[in-house]
Design a protein. Sequence first.
Length: 133
Amino acid sequence: MKRAIATAVGIAALCAGGVLAAPTAVAAPGDSAVASEASVNAAKLHIYRHDDYKGGYHGFAKSDRDFTNNLWTGAANSVNNGASSMRNKTSRAAVLYDGRGFTGRTYYAKKHSSDSDLSNNGFDNRASSLRFL
Protein backbone atom coordinates (compact mmCIF):
# COMPACT_ATOMS: atom_id res chain seq x y z
CA MET A 1 0.00 0.00 0.00
CA LYS A 2 2.81 2.42 0.92
CA ARG A 3 4.56 1.62 -2.38
CA ALA A 4 1.39 2.40 -4.38
CA ILE A 5 0.94 5.72 -2.58
CA ALA A 6 4.60 6.63 -3.08
CA THR A 7 4.36 5.76 -6.79
CA ALA A 8 1.23 7.89 -7.21
CA VAL A 9 2.85 10.84 -5.41
CA GLY A 10 5.98 10.50 -7.55
CA ILE A 11 4.00 10.43 -10.79
CA ALA A 12 1.96 13.45 -9.69
CA ALA A 13 5.17 15.34 -8.91
CA LEU A 14 6.64 14.52 -12.31
CA CYS A 15 3.43 15.63 -14.04
CA ALA A 16 3.34 18.87 -12.07
CA GLY A 17 6.96 19.56 -12.97
CA GLY A 18 6.26 19.01 -16.67
CA VAL A 19 8.46 15.93 -16.92
CA LEU A 20 5.53 13.63 -17.72
CA ALA A 21 2.32 14.43 -19.53
CA ALA A 22 -0.77 14.10 -17.39
CA PRO A 23 -2.31 10.66 -17.73
CA THR A 24 -5.29 10.37 -20.02
CA ALA A 25 -8.22 8.03 -19.84
CA VAL A 26 -7.73 4.76 -21.64
CA ALA A 27 -10.79 3.03 -23.02
CA ALA A 28 -11.53 -0.40 -21.68
CA PRO A 29 -11.99 -3.15 -24.28
CA GLY A 30 -15.78 -2.90 -24.03
CA ASP A 31 -15.94 0.90 -24.39
CA SER A 32 -17.71 2.39 -27.37
CA ALA A 33 -14.63 4.42 -28.37
CA VAL A 34 -12.67 1.24 -28.97
CA ALA A 35 -15.60 -0.44 -30.69
CA SER A 36 -16.24 2.48 -33.04
CA GLU A 37 -12.54 2.73 -34.00
CA ALA A 38 -12.46 -0.97 -34.77
CA SER A 39 -15.62 -0.73 -36.86
CA VAL A 40 -14.19 2.19 -38.87
CA ASN A 41 -11.03 0.23 -39.63
CA ALA A 42 -12.95 -2.93 -40.42
CA ALA A 43 -15.51 -1.29 -42.71
CA LYS A 44 -13.23 -1.10 -45.75
CA LEU A 45 -12.50 -2.98 -48.91
CA HIS A 46 -8.84 -3.95 -48.77
CA ILE A 47 -6.80 -4.87 -51.81
CA TYR A 48 -3.53 -6.75 -51.36
CA ARG A 49 -0.43 -6.76 -53.50
CA HIS A 50 -0.03 -10.55 -53.48
CA ASP A 51 -2.22 -13.63 -53.38
CA ASP A 52 -3.52 -14.87 -50.02
CA TYR A 53 -3.74 -11.33 -48.60
CA LYS A 54 0.03 -10.92 -48.43
CA GLY A 55 2.35 -8.06 -49.21
CA GLY A 56 1.26 -4.46 -48.97
CA TYR A 57 -2.39 -3.51 -48.79
CA HIS A 58 -4.61 -0.47 -49.21
CA GLY A 59 -8.04 0.06 -47.67
CA PHE A 60 -10.94 1.93 -49.27
CA ALA A 61 -13.95 3.23 -47.32
CA LYS A 62 -15.46 5.03 -50.31
CA SER A 63 -15.42 4.91 -54.10
CA ASP A 64 -12.19 5.96 -55.83
CA ARG A 65 -12.04 6.98 -59.51
CA ASP A 66 -8.28 6.59 -59.88
CA PHE A 67 -5.87 4.36 -57.94
CA THR A 68 -2.77 6.12 -59.32
CA ASN A 69 -2.20 8.25 -56.20
CA ASN A 70 -2.86 5.42 -53.70
CA LEU A 71 0.18 3.65 -52.29
CA TRP A 72 0.68 0.22 -50.77
CA THR A 73 1.28 0.31 -47.01
CA GLY A 74 4.95 0.65 -46.27
CA ALA A 75 5.89 1.20 -49.92
CA ALA A 76 6.19 3.99 -52.45
CA ASN A 77 4.51 1.99 -55.22
CA SER A 78 1.06 2.82 -56.59
CA VAL A 79 -1.69 0.26 -56.09
CA ASN A 80 -2.88 0.92 -59.65
CA ASN A 81 -2.95 -2.36 -61.60
CA GLY A 82 -1.30 -4.19 -58.71
CA ALA A 83 -3.99 -6.00 -56.70
CA SER A 84 -3.81 -9.80 -56.44
CA SER A 85 -6.33 -10.46 -53.64
CA MET A 86 -9.11 -8.56 -51.85
CA ARG A 87 -11.32 -8.54 -48.76
CA ASN A 88 -14.57 -6.58 -48.72
CA LYS A 89 -15.31 -6.02 -45.02
CA THR A 90 -18.14 -3.60 -45.74
CA SER A 91 -21.90 -4.08 -45.80
CA ARG A 92 -21.94 -2.82 -49.41
CA ALA A 93 -21.19 -4.59 -52.65
CA ALA A 94 -18.39 -3.06 -54.71
CA VAL A 95 -17.14 -3.12 -58.28
CA LEU A 96 -13.45 -2.98 -59.19
CA TYR A 97 -12.74 -1.62 -62.69
CA ASP A 98 -9.65 -2.16 -64.83
CA GLY A 99 -9.88 1.41 -66.13
CA ARG A 100 -9.77 4.75 -64.38
CA GLY A 101 -13.06 6.55 -63.85
CA PHE A 102 -15.10 3.35 -63.41
CA THR A 103 -14.47 2.12 -66.97
CA GLY A 104 -13.43 -1.15 -68.59
CA ARG A 105 -13.74 -4.72 -67.42
CA THR A 106 -15.23 -5.28 -63.97
CA TYR A 107 -14.89 -7.49 -60.92
CA TYR A 108 -17.89 -7.69 -58.58
CA ALA A 109 -17.20 -8.05 -54.85
CA LYS A 110 -20.17 -9.03 -52.72
CA LYS A 111 -20.54 -7.43 -49.28
CA HIS A 112 -18.51 -9.23 -46.60
CA SER A 113 -16.60 -11.29 -49.17
CA SER A 114 -13.00 -12.15 -49.93
CA ASP A 115 -10.94 -13.55 -52.80
CA SER A 116 -7.45 -14.85 -52.08
CA ASP A 117 -6.43 -15.00 -55.75
CA LEU A 118 -7.82 -12.57 -58.34
CA SER A 119 -6.06 -14.42 -61.17
CA ASN A 120 -8.70 -17.15 -61.09
CA ASN A 121 -11.18 -14.45 -62.19
CA GLY A 122 -8.90 -12.89 -64.79
CA PHE A 123 -8.54 -9.75 -62.66
CA ASP A 124 -5.02 -10.12 -61.24
CA ASN A 125 -3.05 -6.83 -61.43
CA ARG A 126 -5.87 -5.01 -63.24
CA ALA A 127 -7.79 -2.87 -60.67
CA SER A 128 -7.64 0.87 -61.40
CA SER A 129 -10.82 2.22 -59.79
CA LEU A 130 -13.50 1.16 -57.31
CA ARG A 131 -17.18 2.00 -56.89
CA PHE A 132 -19.27 1.01 -53.89
CA LEU A 133 -22.88 0.21 -54.74
